[in-house]
Design a protein around this ligand. Structure first.
Ligand SMILES: [Zn+2]
Ligand SMILES: [Zn+2]
Length: 359
């Protein structure tokens, strides 16, 4: 099978033939039909997230089960599945305590399931490795879904949509009538905006320097936009909210300076949610006065605090009922061979999401 192999930091991915291993017990072989290009893949390629090369990236994908190993109980051949970039083992403390997005198996699944032509083992990002024609993964990294939605939309549920909508609905639990600010309007940011709209926010301020992203935000539920190039974002938000600040502010870039900025946009008693993933060796520094004496809350968010076995079907239901728009989040579909062009388009701010579709 062919895969886009991560061979060197800051270099392009190499689309080449790789040799999959014989699948083991509880392994599932999935024919990947669609895979979104997410900013976290780029974060691995540039060293922001620690996963040294070589390896197969891609963690936002959907496809069809082609083969199941001994002991697989969650799915059968022919089922449609979405990859979950955090597994759900079902037996660890977090899985049993309704926080499967913190499953203790998270860092145990990134094992190789294929070799390069020269025999070098290729670990798979988050146990998936969706930038390929096929992936072999543990059944705990997959969620079976029943729907007629297209695979390119299902792929987005694997990361960006669940993270963003979940940040609004699960992590922050946005209340109806509230004022929401979203800093960074890529795929995840657009999903936060939609989550806030679904939650009944009265105002949603979308912050991004790229016009395409502000325009898409307005289509998907934002009520107004802020261009950071027009001046300090916190000042603009404070002015737009009668001097008080917003009830919920989401940072969806992964930049510690912007997390501070998001905190400064938040009203006393309000909540700042850090959704973007900063470099793992950085520190966030915030002023102590508003933290304590203004009761501002700063909370982290991984995978939208989702319980994927519950939330993937829920999100599909929201799409099917027209409340969640995934088609406007997909700017273009491309083929695996054009993956590096897909990353270029992301870096240049030309797309909300590119999705690789295998024919
Ligand atoms: Zn992602
Ligand atoms: Zn677990």
């Amino acid at each position: 099978m062919r895969a886009a192999v991560f061979t060197e930091l800051d270099g392009p991915l190499s689309v080449e033939e790789v040799k999959p291993y014989e699948p083991g017990p509880r392994d599932v072989v999935v024919r990947i039909i669609a895979s979104g290009i997410c900013h976290s893949d780029l974060s691995v390629m540039n060293g922001t997230l620690p996963m040294p090369p070589p390896g197969i990236l891609g963690h936002e994908g959907a496809g069809v089960v082609e083969w199941v190993g001994e002991g697989v109980t969650r799915m059968s051949v022919g089922d449609r599945v979405i990859g979950s970039f955090i597994p759900v083992c079902g037996t660890c403390w977090y899985c049993k305590n309704n926080q499967s997005n913190l499953c203790e198996q998270t860092f145990m699944v990134s094992v190789p399931h294929a070799d390069r032509a020269d025999g070098t083992p290729l670990p798979a990002m988050t146990g998936l490795g969706t930038f390929a024609e096929q992936m072999t993964c543990h059944e705990m990294s997959l969620v079976k879904v029943e729907t007629d939605l297209p695979d390119e939309q299902l792929a987005l549920i694997g990361c960006g949509v669940t993270t963003g909508v979940g940040a609004a609905l699960n992590t922050a639990q946005v209340e109806p009538g509230s004022i929401v600010v979203v800093i960074g309007c890529g795929g995840v940011g657009q999903a936060v905006i939609q989550g806030a709209r679904i939650a009944g926010a009265s105002r949603i301020l979308a912050v991004d320097p790229v016009a395409l992203k502000r325009d898409t935000a307005m289509k998907l539920g934002a009520t107004e936009t802020i261009n950071p190039d027009d001046g300090d974002v916190a000042t603009q938000v404070i002015m737009a909210t009668g001097g008080r600040g917003a009830d919920y502010v989401f940072e969806v870039i992964g930049n510690v300076d912007l997390i501070l900025q998001a905190f400064m946009c938040t009203r006393p008693g309000g909540t700042t949610v850090a959704v973007g993933v900063p470099r793992t060796d950085t520190m966030v520094s915030i002023p102590s006065f508003p933290l304590v004496l203004q009761e501002k809350k700063l909370i982290g968010c991984v995978y939208g605090s989702a319980k994927v076995l519950r939330d993937f079907p829920r999100l599909i239901g929201l799409v099917e009922s027209g409340k969640l728009d995934l088609s406007d989040m997909i700017t273009k579909t491309i083929v695996l061979d054009d993956i590096n062009e897909g990353f270029r388009a992301m870096k240049d701010g030309e797309v909300i999401r590119s999705v690789i579709v295998n024919s």
